[in-house]
Each structure stands twice: as C-alpha cells, then as structure tokens.
Design a protein around this ligand. Sequence first.
Ligand SMILES: Nc1ncnc2c1ncn2[C@@H]1O[C@H](COP(=O)(O)OP(=O)(O)OP(=O)(O)O)[C@@H](O)[C@H]1O
Ligand SMILES: [Mg+2]
Length: 309
Amino acid sequence: VILTVTANPALDVTYDVDRLVPHASHRVRRVREVAGGKGLNVSSVLTQHGIPTIATGMVGGGAGALLRADLAARGVAHDFGELAHETRRTVTVVGLADGDATAFNEPGAPWTPAEAEAFLRQVSGLLRREGPAVLVVSGSVPPGFPPDGYAQLTSLGHDVGCQVVVDASGGPLLGSLSAHPDVVKPNRDELRSVTGLQDAVAGAKALQDMGARHVVVSLGADGMVLLRPDGSVMRAAPGEALRGNPTGAGDAGVAAVAAGLAREAEWAPILVDAVAWSAAAVLQPVAGSVDLADIDRLRTGVRLAPPER
Ligand SMILES: Nc1ncnc2c1ncn2[C@@H]1O[C@H](COP(=O)(O)OP(=O)(O)OP(=O)(O)O)[C@@H](O)[C@H]1O
Ligand SMILES: [Mg+2]
C-alpha cells in the first residue's frame, strides 16, 4: 500500500456566479465542495489506477466531515486524525461569463503542540499497522507545524522500511533533507527558490548535498529530469506541450513515482510513467484526476533521453 500524508488539507469550495462584480451581491448558481490537498490528489490518482493507497493527515469540524465524505464518495481510502479546530476552506468564485476565477484561501488555525503530536502518532500508527511500501509527504504545512515535522515523518517511514517521497517547497522541503528522503520532487520554481540555482541538474545536486537521495525536478511542458545518488542524470519529456489545467500535474507525477517504487520498477519506466501520468492530468479540469486512456496514448509519445553522467 502507498500511504500519503497531507499536512494541510482544505475543503475546496467553488461558487459559480454569472459574473463577479465587486461591491455587488451575487446569486450563486452552483456550489461544489471537494477534498483539497496534494497528498489527497496523489491518492486519488492511485485509486483511479486501482493501486492500493490510504490518505492521512488531520481534519476537524464540519469542513473535515465534508472532506472525508467527498473522499469516500470517490472511493479514496483515508484515515485521518481529529483536529481540535475546523479544517480550513478555500473559496473560489468562478464567473461563468468569462471563466475567470478569484480565490480566497483560509490559512487555518495554528496547530497546538498536542495536535502536532497527535498527527505524528496518527502517521506512525498507520505505518505500523499497514506496513506501506512507500510514504508520500506532500504539500504545505499549517501554521504551528513543527519545523522538523517533515524530517520526523521521513524518519518514521524509514524506521518501518518504507521508501519516502517528499513533494514540498521552501522550509518544509529543506527541513526534510536531513532525514534523507528517497525522492524529492520540486518543480523548477521551487528548486530555484530553495537553492538559488536556475539549472535543474545543479539545483538537484545542491539538494543531494543537503541529504536528498533521488531528485526529480519537474519542468512543466519540458518534462522531468532525474538526478540519481550515483550522479547520473536521466531526462524524459512529453511528446508535445499540452493545453489545459497544469494544477495537480506534479501530484499525478508523484503518484507514478510512488507506484513505480512500490512495484520496485527501474527508473527509466518510472520516469516515462511520471511524464505520461502528469501530462494526462493537464487534460483534466480538476486536480487529482486522470483518464487512463489518455495515459496509454501519451506514454507512447514520451521521449526518454539516454542517461548522462
Ligand atoms: N503543458 C504541459 N504539457 C505536457 N505535460 C505537462 C505540461 N505541464 C506539465 N506537464 C507535466 O506535468 C509535470 C509536472 O508539471 P509541473 O512541473 O508544472 O509540476 P508542479 O508545479 O509541481 O505541479 P503541481 O500543481 O501538481 O504542484 C511535468 O513534469 C510534465 O511531465
Ligand atoms: Mg508541485
């Protein structure tokens, strides 16, 4: 099984209005409430492939109940700990006339030390009970989250013999490195912001010097570059740049990496899958979703460059 951790999930609320006008009052044509969070997207994509996964994290209150209910409705297995406070919401107002979206993202209440402890207990309990092959740690962290929280999760995973994939940015990404995550997957901007380096291979090397084992840098329509612990480099790119919704494409790529590690695949097919799954996610209007027929078609177009040193 693949265990995904989302430290900072949200209930994503979307309001459709005819046209968003400041200072005016609006009739909402439709309300959607869905579970939001990068680890949840990973579990959702794995579920669509029929690959066993459990999503975890902490949720609370009415928004937490709706988040759980949405995952249940989509068949995504989950086991969350209980927050003492309400799960945060994001609200996106979409103007139907022009499709323009305006977002309001709640920060969520700060975690208390007791909530942080309960979170680590929740994850370690699942690690012991489920014995997952891979632990995926994805996304931002809530206010009050311990600075070494992602390093602690990585160590908890390693303690039970599982491989750990971290997809985070800024402090949480840097904070995880001392625990030697097996794979980190920054995108180009995230890599530049934590290393100051523009070049993907040079930036990946800097993350390795800080403790990461494999580094997969995602480069949008340019695909992905992998730096392995032995210093070799492998690149894969989609057959063509696609138009669509790139939000959550990285999460689909992480799902493919986790699935590949779980089945002990070689890195060449893992990288091809990661590019195909993430490209397929671009074609879907919502994050955390892929069409398996798109993946089969796109996989044949992926260009894998021979390894470089
Ligand atoms: N326009 C595109 N056409 C084809 N493939 C794409 C396109 N954009 C992204 N991809 C695929 O998706 C992968 C991840 O994209 P990107 O680097 O934007 O991730 P990200 O910023 O981490 O995304 P996320 O919103 O999930 O965090 C790329 O490596 C590539 O394989
Ligand atoms: Mg990303």
